[in-house]
Structures are given as C-alpha cells and as structure tokens.
Design a protein around this ligand. Structure first.
Ligand code: SF4
Length: 379
C-alpha cells in the first residue's frame, strides 16, 4: 500500500491496524475510575411503553382507545361516585344535627389518619358551595411521640392553602412517666389531648370542634357500652363538652369506614401511622370492630339497622324510668293511633324473620343497596 501512497504519507500495515473500541469499552474509558456503567449505556436504555402506547398496540387496527383505558375509566367513575357519596352523607349529617351555622369558625382536628384527612377534604369541598359562610382551621396536636414526622402535615396543609395551627405538647412523656410500663396509655392520653384541644379551640376563637369519627366508631362505642358498660350509650354526632363551653361535632357520623379507606386510597393522603406511641389498641374495641366487619360480610344490612335504630329510640318500649314515666303511667281513655299495638309483633314491612337477620334493607346504605325507607330528614 505504501508503494502507492503520496509523498510524505504512510498507511498503517495490517499488523498496525487497531480495532475501534466497542461501545462498552468506550464506557469503560469514560466511566469514573475506569469502571463500566452498570446498567448499560444511557442511549441503549429502552423506555417501558406507557399505558397509552400499550393501548395503541392492543387496540383494534393499531388505533388507540379514544376515552382512555377501560379500567382507568371505571376507576375514575367509581372515584367520582365515592366523592359524591361522601359529600352527600356529610351534608346530611351536618344538616340533620345542625352542626355548622353561618359565621362558625370550625376547628378541624387533624391527626394524620385517613378519617381526619377525609373530613378536612370534604369540609373544604362543602365550604365552597355552602349557602352561608363559615371558616375552617385545621389543628394538629404533635404529642411528641417517637418518630412522629412533624413536617408532613404542615407541608400538606400549606400546599392545600388551608389555615392551620400545630400545637406541640409532649403528652407522650407525661403518659409514659405516669403509667407503669405495659399499662394501656390511651385513656390518659386521650383525656390530656381533649383538654389541650379545648384550650386551643378557645385560643383560636373556634365555635365548633370537628372530629373525624365515623359510623363504625359510633357503632363500636355503642356496642362497647352495651357489652361491657351495661348502658345503651353511643357516641353522639354533636355534643357539648363537659365544661359546657365547646360544641363538638362529628361530620362523618353517617360515613362507613370502608368508604374512608377507599377515599384515602383515591386521594393518596400522606397518612401518618397511628401506632407511633407503641400503645396496644384497645382489645375490646378491636373485637367489636371485627364483629361489625363480619356482620357486614355475612348479614349485609344488619349493622345499618342497628345504626339506624340509634336514631329511632322508643323510650316507652324500653325500661329507663328517667326517659319514660312508667310509674305515673295510667290509661287516658283516648286512643293513640301511633301508640302501642298492645302485643309486640314483628312489623310485616320489616321482613318475616323474628330474629331480625332478614330484616328490611338498610335505611341508609352505600350506593347499590336498595334504600327502602328514608328515616332521616333530608337537608
Ligand atoms: S394510641 Fe397512642 S396516641 Fe392514640 S390515644 Fe392511645 S396512647 Fe394516645
């Protein structure tokens, strides 16, 4: 070859030829400390097809589904239904118990759990379309439990643009100092918390204190009192504090827990775990909760019937002499169309099983279950 090379030029001989470095060898040279990029060259990487691209491949004649993936559409539809149901049930409870009035300043207690996140979210939606003005202020009590992520709620609330206050009180140290190790801390802890929240409500000028308890909390408390306390007593949707100074409301009183679980999933709330204090959950409450869940699986409607019964109490057919004057009871001689039928029978409109398990469908039930009777005043 060099025979024909122009003057001053010399071609490499066969032995002198050098193979061009492979891409990987180039990486080896370029990579830090002469190592190779462990996951292949960046330009070799292939992006996973997006769901829409997958649709394009799967759709007939290579076209795309015009309205998004069918499962996305269904999920969106279910999400909308759930959001509407929660707003509707919360509105109904607010209206039935006159929970929020014009000019109220509502302190929304936020623990970082699914229920209080949902309550704030729904109240914010309702505030926008309420026929009267009211204020919302979110309040979290940082009890200084070990590992409590103190930054999550302030960040979330700032992004949401809602006024908020974080109250820091080390009740954890008090509870662990006062109680012997292994003793359940919840009773003292919640009493301390309640006292602090009442004080904060006064300082903030709040006229209502909203708690995120739901239908299953109300039912659970009722059964706990019934089974272990010998009392027909529940957890009211609205109450005045023992010192007579504060009104406590429970806007989620009609909402079943399953809906709140689904809503937290839908909205991806930044949930803070509730077991940071290391306290054992109340075992009796757990047992009652399991019983209600089991009923909901095996006997749909039963827990709703019990729940509805809480707002349809007939004192003359119970035994509480403080509620009904049995002692002074005498025939008046005047017929009472709504009075006793003399001998209790099973109401034929309520199903034919005296044990009650095949009773009428729930008056208040999730969408999809027939609503046979309207027992609550519609707001
Ligand atoms: S679980 Fe922990 S934070 Fe909650 S009430 Fe009990 S002791 Fe207090």
């Amino acid at each position: 070859m060099n025979d024909i090379a122009p003057p001053g030029i010399r071609f490499r001989t066969e032995a002198e030829k050098v193979e061009a470095p492979t891409p990987r060898a180039q990486d080896a040279l370029a990579a830090p400390q002469g190592g190779v990029f462990p996951l292949g060259r960046p330009d070799e990487k292939v992006e996973a097809p997006t769901p829409r691209a997958q649709d394009a491949l799967a759709a007939p004649q290579g076209g795309v589904f015009p309205l998004g993936r069918p499962d996305e559409k269904k999920a969106r539809h279910e999400g909308n239904k759930l959001t509407k149901r929660l707003a509707r049930e919360t509105t109904r409870a607010l209206s039935d118990y006159n929970m929020i009035e014009a000019g109220d300043r509502v302190m929304v207690c936020l623990s970082g759990g699914k229920d209080s996140y949902a309550m704030l979210d729904i109240l914010l939606q309702l505030q926008k379309r309420a026929p009267f003005p009211f204020e919302l202020i979110a309040v979290n009590l940082d009890q200084k439990q070990p590992g409590f992520p103190a930054d999550i709620l302030p960040r979330y609330l700032t992004e949401l643009g809602v006024p908020f206050h974080i109250e820091t009180q080390d009740t954890y140290s008090i509870v662990t100092r006062v109680l012997e190790e292994g003793k359940t801390m919840c009773s003292l802890c919640s009493r301390l918390r309640r006292g602090i929240l009442y004080r904060v409500a006064s300082e903030l000028g709040a006229t209502k204190i909203a708690l995120g308890h739901h239908r299953d909390d109300i039912l659970g408390t009722f059964f706990l009192n019934l089974f272990y306390g010998g009392k027909a007593k529940g957890m009211p949707p609205k109450l005045v504090s023992d010192d007579g100074r504060h009104t406590v409301i429970r806007p989620l009183a009609y909402v079943p827990e399953t809906d709140l679980i689904a809503y937290a999933e839908l909205k991806q709330f930044p949930i803070i775990p509730c077991n940071l204090c290391g306290s054992q959950e109340n075992l009796k409450r757990k047992e009652v909760g399991r019983m209600i869940k089991e009923w909901d699986k095996q006997h749909p409607g039963r827990s709703w019937n019990v729940f509805n019964a809480l707002s349809r109490v007939v004192p003359s057919h119970l035994m509480d002499r403080n509620l009904f004057d049995f002692v002074g009871l005498k025939p008046s001689g005047v017929p009472d169309a709504n009075g006793d039928t003399a001998f209790d029978t099973v109401d034929p409109t309520e199903g034919d099983d005296a044990c009650g398990d095949t009773a009428a469908p729930p008056a208040q039930a999730p969408d999809g279950i027939v609503e046979k009777k309207v027992m609550f005043r519609r707001g």
